[in-house]
Design a protein around this ligand. Structure first.
Ligand SMILES: [Zn+2]
Length: 132
């Protein structure tokens, strides 16, 4: 029990340690919507054994909530930036964006489907999206 607890906090500390590297990559702005507010690290599945900058994004609170919440509908109007970030060359940004688009599509959001239909994904990236 205690061991699991330590591992949990150990991982959380490792994830937070990514923040420094990520904020250089993100230029201190949310990697999804571009907001400059308080930012936090969110891991993007599939989770590697050790926290990794290629499986994490630095995002603002509303974007973090959209990524981590599994209940309720997404705020589609707020997520229009996905039209751009779905094409990001930063892998975890693209993974996070495509997953959000798929959720929007499942919720019947028309523009999300259009973006997904026009999007070219590397087979490797597609496999990662599916694996999450
Ligand atoms: Zn954001």
């Amino acid at each position: 029990m205690a061991r699991g607890w330590d591992q949990f906090y150990g991982r959380r500390a490792d994830v937070q340690a990514l923040g420094r590297v990520l904020s250089r990559r993100a230029r201190a702005r949310c990697e999804l919507c571009g907001a400059s507010g308080p930012l936090r690290v969110v891991e993007v599945p599939p989770f590697p054994e050790e926290p990794d900058v290629d499986r994490a994004v630095l995002v603002c609170d509303p974007c973090a909530d959209a990524l981590t919440s599994t209940k309720g509908r997404l705020d589609a109007d707020r997520l229009r930036f996905l039209a751009e970030t779905a094409w990001s060359e930063v892998l975890p940004v693209q993974l996070a964006s495509v997953r959000l688009l798929r959720r929007l599509d499942a919720e019947g959001v028309h523009w999300a489907r259009e973006i997904l239909e026009g999007l070219y994904l590397d087979p490797e990236v597609e496999a990662l999206v599916d694996a999450g």
